[in-house]
Design a protein around this ligand. Structure first.
Ligand code: UDP
Length: 336
């Protein structure tokens, strides 16, 4: 089986390509390096000792996609490519809507023309907005998102549903990620944004390595265990393995369905910071500041549906997550 992975050198994409190669899938990747570095291609090959085909370019480029489908017999697509910074999406909504929607429409048109109708889409728990309860089930309402990034995820889910309604030979898995952290055990691939990070774990790591002075904790007056925000952090390798199960599912089934990929456990910001300090034996200075606009207090998944339908569940715990996150950044700073 040959899988096209869009955005295959990004954080989740690169870990998924590793797992696909480990499972002996043929892999074709398209990425424009808009939020990743070219050396990831070789690092994936080093980790797996396997080859894959790489095309540099943007998924909105229809001609390039047509070439890829002509040159490779694709059986299914995992679609990661897209902009993902929440704050930036508020500043640059047109850029987010244009890129994330256009790339998906172009991809689906070319898939349709080539009679490839199996797709796994990289969605997000952000589609639930302020969830109606906890833990979050796939059947909860979606759509009340608070920023353009989240809106693109909701819109793309809707587009894919409409494609399925028009042609029920499509097989579509919508994967709603909770909060991916951690990195590959090799320390070769992981998440290390160039700019000041928006997300918690990359920020903690930069404070631990003294690149940033202290962590700002956004609010300690939520209705949670210690007042700080609670999220469902999941190891990126677990998440990557979820994509293998989702690919198996789309290759076997007809239909469209959504799956939460999380651990089912919520950790507060302070709990995560304390675990990071304890297991890495390093200091993470922080101060409490006001709430961040658009944030919710708690968000964690009901993971029973993914377990039942995909036969997937997370394996790594918080110790693996904080150690692997730090290990990757220490390792990449060493080799710079
Ligand atoms: N957070 C924080 N300081 C930061 C970044 C995040 O206190 O510098 C908190 C944030 O308020 C939330 C949690 O950490 O409670 C996770 O935030 P992140 O942006 O990583 O994920 P999301 O909010 O999208 O779930």
């Amino acid at each position: 089986m040959r899988i096209l992975v869009t955005g295959g050198t990004g954080f989740i994409g690169s870990h998924t390509v590793v797992e696909l190669l480990n499972e002996n899938y043929e892999v074709v990747v398209i990425d424009d390096f808009s939020n990743s570095k070219p050396d990831v291609v070789d690092k994936i090959k080093t980790i797996t000792n396997k080859e894959f085909k790489f095309y540099e370019g943007n998924v909105c480029d229809k001609e390039l996609l047509q070439i890829i489908f002509k040159e490779n017999k694709i059986d299914a697509v995992i679609h990661f490519a897209g902009f993902k910074a929440v704050g930036e999406s508020v500043q640059k909504p047109l850029m987010y809507y244009r890129n994330n929607l256009d790339s998906t429409l172009t991809l689906c048109e070319v898939m349709n023309a080539n009679n490839v109708k199996n797709i796994v889409f990289s969605s997000s728990a952000t589609v639930y907005g302020n969830p109606k309860g906890l833990p979050i089930k796939e059947t909860f309402p979606t759509g009340e998102t608070t920023n353009p990034y989240g809106a693109t995820k909701v819109m793309i889910e809707r587009i894919l549903k409409d494609i399925y309604i028009s042609d029920n030979t499509w097989n579509i898995a919508l994967l709603r990620y909770f909060n991916p952290i951690g990195a590959h055990k090799s320390g070769l691939i992981g998440e290390n944004p160039n700019d000041i990070p928006n997300n918690l774990m990359p920020y903690i790591v930069k404070v631990a390595t003294k690149e940033l002075k202290e962590l700002n904790i956004f609010g300690n007056d939520y209705d949670t265990v210690d007042g700080t925000g609670v999220r469902d952090y999941i190891h990126v390798v677990d998440l990557a393995k979820g994509h293998i199960k989702a690919i198996e599912w789309v290759l076997k089934n007809n239909g469209i369905d959504a799956f939460n990929l999380g651990t089912g456990n919520g950790y507060s910001v302070l709990e995560l910071v304390n675990a990071f300090k304890k297991y890495n034996n390093v200091d993470v200075p922080y101060k409490i500041v006001g709430r961040r606009e658009g944030d919710i207090g708690s968000c964690y998944a009901d993971v029973s549906y993914a377990k039942e339908k995909l036969g997937w569940e997370s394996k790594y715990d918080i110790e693996d997550m904080v150690k692997d996150s730090y290990n990757f950044v220490k390792n990449s700073t060493l080799h710079m």
